[in-house]
Design a protein around this ligand. Structure first.
Ligand SMILES: Cc1cc2nc3c(=O)[nH]c(=O)nc-3n(C[C@H](O)[C@H](O)[C@H](O)COP(=O)(O)O)c2cc1C
Length: 366
């Protein structure tokens, strides 16, 4: 199975009138999120995104959401076992908190060894990937294939929890396929095994990133567990976060594709949950300036490979104005920081003055 990366929004309900949280939920969410012994002062989390949530991206997200839990890209416990040096995907900024390092594999002993390294790196929690749908991962028994092997999944949580003193959490999906949804039983097994928090993406493995996330399964899992349950899937806006939290009664939401080219989203939702006020979204110009900064930071951090990696980010930022498609096309081929920043500068000078005003542009419409 190849997994298509669907970047289009799939809104659950249209929002002609922006709405707010019910008072009961509002007061519950005003308290810290307790992940075992770790106290987090935000109910909005930035998900792990392979190829995206490196140290540079997290710095940008954290600027607007300083108290949110963030995740590294998933790290292969097997590769780590054979490496002398820690891979770049495990790097965290000195003092970067709260931070979780996410690991994948199917072997409890490899994962325990990797978790110790994650703890040494300063991770506040270690998260086990039990949701990745990609063939390369599932054919070796990792990621979402663990949904079909709950015994091993539980053993992983037990073994890793025994190996480290930081909390162990898991991120998974609602089931393997539409005919094989086992979210509630699976989640209970992980909780009994010692998981301190569960993030649930409301899609099956077969869905990949298509269709709509089914939040009703998240509500069922939330009812069944005592540990915090974080809702994930289709959180593209403050309104989607409100809907999801009301429907699921989850302990928080995790943003994913909505943050691509839009590192403001976690902060916007966090700000709303804390204050009841909506932060003005950035103007198109501000987004393009952020793209320039992102490009410079990636080049500083990763050199040439950072520039190659920045191409997709630049394309995600460039939308919502005349000529955006052409600009994206050019940004996808940049070879240097100067070239990328020059293209963005040119776009900024010709953008309609209309767009200097705060736009209502939503993230993740590519
Ligand atoms: C480019 C990309 C990379 C991803 N990498 C990871 C990963 O490393 N670990 C993980 O648990 N999930 C990963 N995911 C899944 C997301 O964290 C999230 O569960 C999923 O996108 C659903 O949320 P959304 O509908 O808001 O995008 C990835 C998703 C995308 C699109």
């Amino acid at each position: 199975m190849s997994v298509a990366l669907n970047l289009h929004q799939t809104p659950h309900t249209p929002h002609p009138i922006p709405h707010s949280l019910s008072p009961a939920l509002k007061s519950r969410l005003a308290t810290p999120l307790n992940i075992g012994t770790v106290e987090v002062h935000s109910r909005v989390l930035q998900s792990p995104l392979s190829g995206v949530t490196d140290l540079v991206f997290r710095r940008l997200v954290r600027r607007y959401a300083p108290q949110s839990m963030m995740y590294t890209e998933m790290v292969s416990a097997a590769e780590l076992h054979h490496m002398r040096k820690l891979p770049k995907v495990m790097e965290v900024d000195p003092g970067e908190r709260p931070i979780s390092i996410q690991l994948f594999d199917r072997r409890p002993d490899f994962l325990a060894e990797a978790a110790k390294k994650a703890a040494d790196q300063g991770a506040d929690t270690v998260d086990i990937n039990m949701g990745c749908p990609v063939n390369k991962i599932t054919k070796n028994g990792g990621g979402s294939s663990l949904l079909r092997d709950p015994d091993t999944a539980a053993r992983i949580i037990e073994t890793v929890s025994a190996a480290v003193s930081i909390p162990v959490t898991a991120k998974t999906r609602i089931g393997w396929s539409e005919d094989d949804i086992n979210a509630v039983d699976f989640a209970r097994r992980l909780e009994v095994a010692g998981a301190q928090m569960l993030t649930l993406h409301g899609r099956t493995r077969s869905q990949g990133y298509n269709g709509t996330a089914d939040w009703s399964w998240i509500a069922k899992v939330k009812q069944a567990l005592a540990i915090p349950v974080i809702a994930n899937g289709d959180i593209f806006s403050v309104d989607a976060a409100i809907d999801c939290l009301e429907q699921t009664q989850a302990d928080g939401v995790m943003c994913s594709r909505g943050t691509l080219g839009y590192p403001f989203l976690v902060g916007e939702i966090d700000h709303f949950l804390k204050t009841g006020e909506r932060r003005l979204p950035p103007t198109v110009i501000e987004r393009l300036r952020c793209a320039q900064e992102h490009l410079r930071m990636l080049a500083d951090y990763k050199g040439k490979s950072g520039i190659r990696q920045a191409r997709k980010h630049m394309a995600w930022y460039a939308k919502g104005f005349d000529g955006a498609a052409e600009l994206r096309d050019q940004l996808c081929r940049i070879e240097s920081v100067e070239e990328g920043c020059g293209l963005l500068d040119e776009a900024i000078t010709v953008i309609s003055p209309e767009l200097y005003r705060h736009s209502l542009l939503k993230p993740a419409i590519v």
